[in-house]
Ligand binder design. Structure first.
Ligand code: PMP
Ligand code: GLU
Length: 396
C-alpha cells in the first residue's frame, strides 16, 4: 500500500485526551483511580440549557444552518462579548465551530502559508503545537519561565520574531499554567504585535474563571488596531459546563471571519443545530451558575495549594485563573520513587497512575518536561484523596 500523508503521520495524539481515556478505561475495569487529567468542569450543564437543546429537537431545528452558525447564536455571542468584555462585533464577524479547538484550527488555516512561523509561549496547551504543524506552520516556542510566573516577556517575544513570523497564540488565562496576564502585560505584547504586523490568536476560553478578585482584560479590547489583528477564540465548553456539546466561536475582522466560514463550509457545515440552540440559550440566559462554579473552583484551588505547599519535593505557583495547577517535580528527578526512576514528567505520571492510582497530565507535550498538570475540575473529596495519595506515593 502507498504511504499515508507525511504531515498527518507527524501528528502526535493529544496527551490530555490520552490520559483521560486511560483513566476512564481503568475506572471501567474496576480500579479505584482518581482523575485529574481532563480539563472539563465536573458540573452538569445547567437545566435551562439542556431544555433548549431538547426543544431544538422537538421544534425541528434539525436542518443545515449557515456555516458560521445561526443568526441567533451569532447575535447572542455579540451581546455576551459586549456585556462581558466591552467588545463590539457584528454577527457577520462571528464564526461558530464544533468546539473552540476547531476554531483555533480554522483560524490557523485562515492565516498560515506553508512555513509561516507562529510564536507559542511555553508552557502551552498541547493542541496548539500540533495544530500549527497541521496547518503547515512552524511553531516557534518561546519559554516563559516559572520564575517569571510562566508569563511571556516582551523581550523574549521580540527576540523570536523573524521575517516569517505571522502570528502568536496567546491563551489568557492559561491552560496549563493558570496564569493571568494583566492590562500592562497585554499592552506590551500588543505593541510588539503591531510593530511587526502580527496576527494574534487570543484564546480566552477560561475568561470567566478568574480568582482573587482580579479582573479580566480581553486582548482585542486594548485598541481598535489590535482588534483588527486579533482572532478572538471563546466557547461554551468551560463557562457553561458544555464540553460534550461541541460549540466554540471566533470573532475577527470581516475578511478573516469570511475566510474561516468558507473553510468551515467545506469541512463541517456548522456545529449541530441542537448544540447551537443550547449554546445560544447559555449565552442569552441567566449567568448565575458561572459564579457558583467559579467560587467552587477557587476553594478547590486554595485547598490544593495549601496541601502541595506542605509536601516536600514538589511545589506549585498559585494559579490565578482557569482550573489547572502546574506542579514542579524537578527536585524529584533522578530519585527512585515507588520502584520507578523519575526521569521526567512522563515517568512520574506513569508511575503515579500505576502505583498511586492518580491520573495527572505530564507536561512534556506542553513544553514543560519537569511539570505535572493537575486539573482541579473535580470534587473536593477527590482532591483531598488525590493529595493524600500524592503524599503516600512520594514516601514509597
Ligand atoms: N483552548 C484551550 C486553552 C483549552 O484548554 C480548550 C479545552 N479543550 C479549548 C481551547 C477547546 O475547548 P472546546 O473545543 O471544548 O471548546
Ligand atoms: N482542554 C482540555 C485539557 O487540556 C480538554 C482536553 C482537550 O481538548 O485537550 O485537558
Amino acid at each position: 500500500m502507498k504511504e499515508l500523508s507525511a504531515s498527518a503521520q507527524a501528528v502526535r495524539a493529544s496527551t490530555t485526551i490520552a490520559i483521560d481515556s486511560l483513566y476512564k478505561k481503568m475506572k471501567a475495569e474496576g480500579y479505584d483511580v482518581i482523575g485529574f487529567g481532563a480539563g472539563e468542569p465536573d458540573f452538569n450543564t445547567p437545566d435551562h440549557i439542556k431544555e433548549a437543546g431538547i426543544n431544538a429537537i422537538r421544534s425541528n431545528q434539525t436542518r443545515y444552518t449557515p456555516a458560521a452558525g445561526t443568526e441567533r447564536l451569532r447575535a447572542a455571542v455579540c451581546k455576551r462579548l459586549e456585556q462581558d468584555c466591552g467588545l463590539f462585533y457584528e454577527p457577520s464577524q462571528i464564526v461558530a465551530a464544533s468546539g473552540a479547538k476547531h476554531n483555533v484550527f480554522a483560524a490557523l488555516m485562515a492565516l498560515l502559508n506553508p512555513g509561516d512561523e507562529v510564536i507559542l509561549p511555553a508552557p502551552y496547551w498541547v493542541s496548539y503545537y500540533e495544530m500549527i504543524r497541521m496547518a503547515g506552520g512552524v511553531p516557534v516556542v518561546v519559554n516563559a519561565p516559572e520564575a517569571e510566573e510562566f508569563k511571556l516577556s516582551p523581550a523574549a517575544m521580540e527576540a523570536a520574531v523573524t521575517s516569517k513570523t505571522k502570528a502568536i497564540i496567546l491563551n489568557n488565562p492559561s491552560n496549563p499554567t493558570g496564569m493571568l496576564y494583566d492590562r500592562a502585560a497585554l499592552t506590551a505584547i500588543g505593541e510588539i504585535c503591531l510593530k511587526h504586523d502580527l496576527y494574534v490568536i487570543a484564546d480566552e476560553i477560561y475568561y470567566s474563571l478568574i480568582y482573587d478578585g482580579n479582573s479580566f482584560v480581553s486582548f482585542p479590547s486594548l485598541s481598535p488596531e489590535l482588534k483588527e489583528h486579533t482572532i478572538l477564540i471563546n466557547g461554551v465548553s468551560k463557562t457553561y459546563a458544555m464540553t460534550g456539546w461541541r460549540v466554540g466561536y471566533a470573532a475577527a475582522n470581516p475578511r478573516i471571519a469570511r475566510v474561516m466560514a468558507n473553510y468551515l463550509s467545506h469541512s463541517t457545515s456548522a456545529p449541530s443545530t441542537i448544540s447551537q440552540a443550547a449554546a445560544a440559550a447559555a449565552l442569552e440566559g441567566p449567568q448565575d451558575s458561572i459564579e457558583e462554579m467559579r467560587r467552587q473552583f477557587e476553594a478547590r484551588r486554595d485547598y490544593m495549594m495549601e496541601r502541595i505547599s506542605k509536601i516536600r519535593g514538589v511545589s506549585c505557583i498559585k494559579p490565578q485563573g482557569a482550573f489547572y495547577a502546574m506542579m514542579n517535580i524537578e527536585p524529584l528527578l533522578g530519585r527512585v520513587i515507588s520502584g520507578t526512576l523519575m526521569e521526567d514528567a512522563d515517568s512520574f505520571a506513569s508511575a503515579f497512575l500505576e502505583k498511586g492510582l492518580v491520573a495527572v497530565v505530564p507536561c512534556t507535550g506542553f513544553g514543560a518536561p519537569h511539570h505535572i498538570r493537575w486539573s482541579y475540575a473535580t470534587s473536593m473529596e477527590n482532591i483531598k484523596e488525590g493529595m493524600d495519595r500524592l503524599e503516600r506515593f512520594l514516601l514509597g
